[in-house]
Write a protein that binds this ligand. Structure first.
Ligand code: PTJ
Length: 258
């Protein structure tokens, strides 16, 4: 195990890399997961490794959707399992959702390893191993889901999902909450709630909002959902990325000082 001093300026990013590496060593994360992490890090660097105000609103809207849902499901892949296993279990408990392992590069070994890993972090039942349901419009392996899990869900949280599957799930009429640091990805663009944030920050914040909204009347949850604007999240994230890691205010100040 490695020790990263918390004072290191890139502490969080190094911790994230370390978790992904460990995920690969444990047979949880795919090698492609390493590449996906690198891509995500580049976007996170440009965003200033922070949760934008519009994204915080998306995280609150996600919590409201999950609390209103009849059959919410949280999808878990190899990167999610390596980075936030305990946090996914806590969110599932906070909103009464099922956890389902759902892989892009599906192997029985990795499905089992991820389900075990989630149970080690306190999960009860983990779905995804029955695979008796299909998402229409996708090839056989990519289409597999549990009929009583994602197959039957009304609201699904799909972190780091590939574009084809995100679009196919949306086409099934499901309310889709996507977590993806790339605001230009098809996943983010097809989501009812695009969360352009690092999953390490996003999941605990959705849980905090869910806890805050736990006793809110359904009308208030419905109002949060109705007032939420996905286009604004995507636009704000793209603007922030274009202005670079210092953020708008700091970037403006730096330019003035030149
Ligand atoms: O475990 P599997 O087989 O299901 O595979 C999972 C990966 C992630 C490898 C697979 O779904 C894949 O290849 O995904 P992509 O197409 O690389 O897309 C991943 C997206 O997630 C990219 O847009 C990244 O920017 C983004 N991303 C990567 N790391 C993070 C992230 N978004 C939020 N938080 C991160 N830590």
């Amino acid at each position: 195990d490695i020790e990263i001093p918390e004072s290191h300026p890139r502490y969080r990013s190094l911790l994230t890399r370390h978790r992904i590496e460990e995920g690969v060593d444990k047979g949880i994360t795919s090698k492609q997961g390493l590449i996906a992490e690198g891509r995500g890090e580049a976007f996170d660097y440009l965003l200033g490794e922070r949760t934008l105000p519009a994204v915080d609103e998306a995280e609150r809207a996600a919590a409201a959707h999950l609390l209103l849902a009849e059959r919410p499901v949280l999808s878990v892949n190899g990167n999610v399992a390596a980075l936030v296993p305990g946090e996914m279990v806590e969110l599932a408990e906070a909103v009464g959702a099922d956890l389902e392992v759902n892989l892009f590069n599906r192997t029985e070994e990795r499905l089992e390893a991820i389900a075990d890993h989630l149970r080690d972090h306190g999960a009860g039942e983990v779905k995804g191993l029955t695979a008796d349901g299909r998402i229409p419009g996708l090839d056989h392996e990519r289409a597999k889901v549990d009929a009583d899990g994602i197959g039957d869900a009304d609201v699904v949280l799909v972190p780091l999902e590939d574009g084809d599957r995100a679009e196919a799930l949306a086409a099934m009429g499901k309310t889709e909450i996507v977590i993806d640091l790339n605001p230009l990805s098809r996943s983010a663009q097809s989501a009812a709630v695009p969360i352009v944030d690092n999953i390490m920050r996003a999941i605990p914040n959705v849980t905090a909002h869910a806890e805050d909204l736990r006793d809110a009347p359904r009308e208030e949850l419905a109002r949060i959902v109705a007032e939420f604007d996905p286009e604004r999240v995507l636009a704000d994230a793209e603007t922030a990325i274009r202005s670079g890691p210092m953020g708008d205010a700091e970037a403006d100040a730096a330019r003035t000082e030149d």
